[in-house]
Design a protein around this ligand. Structure first.
Ligand code: PSV
Ligand code: MN
Length: 427
């Protein structure tokens, strides 16, 4: 039996409704005094959807080991069921992002139908040329940037196949992240590697349907530690400029050197209509892939300030931006982790919606530094949880998804069904 069946229907979980309504009405009163339309904010939160990657549903491993959590999805169907559960409880996700070859659908039509029955669509497809998985030529020395034309052709072909799979599922995008680079000075010809990568990406871009976009991800280091072919947003943007309007830069929050001003990158990319979307996660040191909002919630809020401001001022349309979580670690139940991440992202968005833009503009124009900071802090320090909760309830989700997940013993049910040692595909 599907462990997700037999759950109580939404709303029945004994959330403290009285407390929720009291906190919501108090907040709504405060917001009204500030001229903010509570219902508008709730409806904006309600429509905000964040895709979940197919590789985030199992326990993440590090190079030092992997600790299974039990009941991990054993195949793509079960991954979809997990995302369907998240969708049902949180109402903040309605799409999956597949990694190929980790999650090749054996029967695309059946998978598409299964996803549709769970209210799930297909977000951007992810190609994978950073591992060897039995293909004829090795990617040890790179893929799209490889000095061997035959390896480059094979990597291009893989991307074209991923596009085909995506087409059959109804996806509209291809995310390319390359591990290509070098570990030691002298190992690679830096300029040639960049040119080969650009040329390979041109072929891939040319193979995309006209209504698709290419999301080009950058990362400063890891798995290569001396040089990475696409290390930063600037290099990614330069390549995108060579490809065409439908190629844009994907910002993975963990792909920056410590203390990088990510909100500035977001503003700059929006200014150029070059922002493809996000891979949400959080980090303390590098690409830690920790739960979004767990370490730097203020940074996440500032990113949303730029996003809301940039789209309101016409720099780049809100709807042109893709939203996805890309986190994986080895200590939490991934479903609980995703519930927390969806909540943290919604909170950051909600807080940024509360910013008094007019006042901020005035402060900026008059050089009122203290006032500007105050405007941001006023929004950031507002407890928006009643708004996020209400948005979820109004959409038919759970008031408290995490409490529901625990009280219904969902992980225990998944373990009973899938086994203690079930292991999801991925890294
Ligand atoms: C690379 O670190 C990355 O962020 C890319 O998005 C990959 O596709 C993903 O992680 C999964 O390993
Ligand atoms: Mn990523």
């Amino acid at each position: 039996m599907n462990p997700i069946q037999g759950l109580k229907s939404p709303f029945l979980y004994p959330m403290n409704t009285d407390f929720h309504l009291r906190s919501l009405s108090l907040l709504s009163e405060q917001l009204t005094e500030k001229g903010i339309d509570t219902f508008k904010v709730i409806s904006q939160i309600s429509t905000f959807q964040i895709a979940v990657p197919s590789w985030a549903l199992g326990a993440g491993g590090t190079r030092f080991g992997r600790f299974s959590i039990g009941g991990e999805p054993r195949n793509l169907e079960e991954k979809l069921e997990d995302i369907g559960l998240l969708a049902k409880l949180t109402k903040r996700t309605d799409a999956v992002s597949l990694h190929i070859p980790w999650d090749i659908p054996q029967d695309a039509e059946a998978i598409k139908q299964k996803a549709a029955s769970l209210g799930i669509g297909f977000d951007a497809m992810n190609s994978n040329t950073f591992q060897d998985y039995g293909q004829p030529l090795s990617y040890k020395m790179g893929s799209l940037s490889n000095s061997d034309a035959a390896v480059r052709a094979q990597a291009v072909e893989h991307n074209l196949q991923v596009i085909e799979i995506g087409k059959s599922l109804g996806s509209k995008g291809l995310t390319v992240w390359l591990a290509d680079g070098s570990n030691f000075p002298g190992q690679a010809h830096i300029r040639k590697a960049l040119q080969w990568t650009t040329d390979s990406l041109k072929e891939i871009y040319g193979g995309m349907p006209a209504d698709w976009k290419l999301l080009l991800e950058y990362k400063p280091y890891e798995p290569n530690f001396y040089h990475t072919v696409i290390p930063d947003w600037g290099t990614s943007a330069l390549i995108c400029r060579h490809l065409g309007d439908r190629a844009k830069v994907l910002v993975d929050l963990g792909h920056h050197l410590p203390n990088t001003n990510i909100e500035q990158i977001v503003a700059t990319l929006m200014h150029q209509n070059l922002l493809a979307g996000f891979h949400f996660n959080d980090s303390k040191y590098g690409d830690d892939d920790l739960s979004t909002g767990s370490v730097k919630p203020y940074q996440l809020f500032l990113i949303f300030c730029e996003l809301i401001g940039g789209s309101a001022e016409g720099a780049q349309a809100w709807d042109s931006i893709s939203w996805m979580i890309d986190a994986s670690h080895n200590t939490k139940d991934p479903l609980e982790d995703l519930i927390q991440a969806l909540e943290a992202i919604s909170q950051a968005y909600a807080k940024a919606l509360l910013i008094d833009r007019e006042k901020l503009t005035q402060c900026q124009a008059s050089g009122d530094v203290v006032g500007a900071q105050d405007v941001l802090q006023e929004a950031f320090l507002t407890d928006v949880r009643p708004l996020v909760r209400e948005a979820r309830i109004q959409s038919g989700g759970e008031g408290d998804p995490l409490a529901f997940y625990r009280s219904e013993k969902i992980r225990e049910k998944l373990i009973a069904k899938r086994g203690k040692n079930a292991q999801a595909s991925g890294l």
